[in-house]
Design a protein around this ligand. Structure first.
Ligand SMILES: Cc1cc2nc3c(=O)[nH]c(=O)nc-3n(C[C@H](O)[C@H](O)[C@H](O)COP(=O)(O)O)c2cc1C
Length: 340
């Protein structure tokens, strides 16, 4: 690390090392571990809790193409490109002020007005009773990017209302490198909890193996996948994910990323299942199937939806009030004595 301007060298080392260990502990994924271990000399900046920059090393200055005096005492607005939505910054502030760590991408602007994507790892650190935010950076995504930043920005940040996930196709396990806010709202997982992991952690009990086989085949052949997959949110509730995954190629035709968009279609599926069930009941009645059998299936279907409640059905003639049929598949016979 280069000489600090405001902080003394010991303090800088302490803060950076504390931030590095916090980040490694918070994101125990091989990809992150590799990145943070790769170089002990990453571009680095430290800000105080009032957002002013109190330290920037030589590599950070090179990355931003700025001089120390352009940065010290200023905020990171100096390098902000304005191409990222305020939602992203609100999210980062919320996570960090809660004491959490953040890992993601910034689209910065150089003094020559060119845009530059950098990957940032930020952790709050308390030192001498003050809170600092230490940020470690990776320039240019270490070759991950072959797209121009603007294309990527259009692709990722414009459809903010839609849940978007990007996976790195250079790595066989297709690790996540980006999820947007809408995806976090849908699944409950924050960006930094998912980075570097394969998305299969969303799957669970009841996820259809043949759909996943087809998904796997599409990824292998770099074809578009469209399908509905049973997934689980972070807090454990299932949802039906209408998933579309598209391969993305760089200018030279090389496969670089996969982009997935998700849509919660749980209600639509329930409605569809309900309509199919009703149609089936009507057909069975029209075919003259025994009323008791049909009522029993209706009662069981209602119980399935309102588990653990039991259902009873009474069919009464509207004109004379006579009981035509009754059914309570999971209640004792004594139940009828009580109510009839
Ligand atoms: C961009 C992208 C998005 C994905 N999104 C999901 C998802 O939302 N839900 C899911 O169950 N699987 C998703 N997957 C699929 C899994 O990550 C994984 O590829 C799949 O389970 C098949 O691989 P496996 O057999 O190694 O698990 C996604 C994959 C990619 C590349």
């Amino acid at each position: 690390m280069t000489e600090p301007v405001v902080l003394n060298p010991d303090q800088v080392s302490r803060i950076v090392e504390a931030a590095r260990s916090r980040l490694k502990a918070a994101m125990p994924h091989a990809t992150v571990d590799r990145m943070l271990a790769q170089s002990s000399d990453m571009p680095c900046s430290i800000t105080r809790s009032d957002d002013t920059i109190v330290y920037a090393n030589e590599m950070y200055l090179e990355m931003c193409e700025l001089k120390l005096e352009d940065l010290i005492g200023k905020t990171h607005r100096v390098v902000k490109s304005g191409y990222q939505s305020a939602v992203v910054y609100d999210h980062i502030n919320a996570v960090l002020s809660d004491g959490g760590t953040w890992w993601g991408e910034f689209c910065n602007r150089t003094p020559h007005e060119s845009l530059k994507w950098v990957e940032a790892f930020i952790a709050p650190v308390e030192d001498e009773s003050l809170i600092f935010f230490a940020a470690l950076y990776r320039d240019n995504m270490a070759g991950h990017r072959t797209d121009s930043p603007l294309q990527l920005h259009d692709l990722v940040l414009e459809p903010m209302a839609e849940s978007v996930l990007i996976a790195d196709a250079h790595d066989q396990d297709l690790p996540i490198i980006y999820v947007n806010e809408a995806w976090t709202r849908l699944t409950g997982y924050r960006l930094e909890e998912t980075m570097g992991r394969n998305c299969r952690f969303l799957q669970g009990n009841g996820t259809d193996e043949s759909t996943i086989n087809e998904l796997r085949r599409c990824l292998k052949q770099a074809e578009i996948f469209r399908g509905e997959v049973l997934n689980y949110r972070k807090e454990g509730t299932p949802f039906w994910n209408e998933l579309e995954i598209r391969p993305v190629r760089g200018g030279d035709g090389e496969l670089t990323h996969f982009v997935g968009t998700s849509n919660d279609v749980t209600e639509r599926r329930h409605f569809r299942a309900q309509s199919e069930f009703e149609e089936n009941i009507l057909k069975r009645l029209a075919r003259g199937q025994p009323l008791d059998d049909v009522l029993r299936d209706i009662a069981l279907s209602v119980e399935e939806q309102f588990s653990p409640l039991s259902t009873s059905i009474f069919l009464v003639d509207k004109d004379d009030g006579v009981l035509v049929a009754r059914c309570a598949p999971n209640l004792p016979e004594s139940f009828f004595k009580l109510v009839c």
